[in-house]
Design a protein around this ligand. Structure first.
Ligand code: APR
Length: 184
């Protein structure tokens, strides 16, 4: 198990920051930073599809795509995670196209899907901060803020949320967000 760089507790829910390859995490669901087609791509989307195997794409092809700000769930196939939650983050266009709300909606919708499938743990990549060019510091504040307020108001059985960063810079942005929210 990847040792968290930082952990915080909100009620009975543990929030962890790790630097890891999300395809290696053994959690109820890993979240994919997908595109609206849900038919794969580069970045973490490509890594998840490679690790899960071709059956993942076959299931995604049945889903009919997904709107920006929303998410859909599939099985995890060859992944250690039982499920993949495919969230479609916003492309950054400067911040005046509702990007912040759409990113928050990805985190919220993914958590709702995990709860609906009675999962107790979920891992997120830093959605939209790669190819979609969302500023990483602002994205981290939205990610942590959205998850923290959701689990604070109603944990609904979620025991662990992992912010799975792919660089120390990304982890630092999430650590700052924890501190700004008074979680640590
Ligand atoms: N594990 C964890 N995080 C990862 C991994 C991995 N194996 N690979 C990449 N990341 C990180 C990136 O470093 C970045 O911080 O995931 C974050 C999101 O980056 P992208 O994968 O580029 O996703 P995004 O910016 O949301 O763009 C989505 O890219 O791959 C395509 O099909 C995808 O069109 C969609 C777009």
């Amino acid at each position: 198990m990847t040792t968290p760089l930082l952990s915080a507790e909100i009620g009975k829910t543990l929030l962890d920051i790790v630097v890891a390859d999300i395809t290696k995490l053994e959690v109820g669901a890993i979240v994919n930073a997908a595109n609206r087609s849900l038919l794969g791509g580069g970045g973490v989307d490509g890594a998840i599809h490679r690790a899960a195997g071709p059956d993942l794409l076959a299931e995604c092809e049945m889903l009919g795509g997904c709107e920006t700000g929303s998410a859909k769930i599939t099985r995890g196939y060859r992944l250690k995670a039982r499920h993949v939650i495919h969230a479609v983050g916003p492309v950054w266009h400067g911040g005046a196209a509702d990007e912040e709300a759409l990113l928050g909606s990805c985190y919220r919708t993914a958590l709702d899907l995990a709860v609906a499938h009675r999962l107790v743990s979920i891992a997120y990549p830093a959605i939209s901060t790669g190819i979609y060019r969302f500023p990483a510091d602002l994205a981290a504040r939205i990610a942590v803020g959205t998850v923290a307020s959701e689990v604070a108001s109603a944990p609904r059985g979620i025991e662990r949320v992992v912010f799975c960063c792919f660089s120390s810079d990304s982890a630092e942005h999430h650590k700052i967000a924890f501190a700004e929210l008074g979680l640590v």
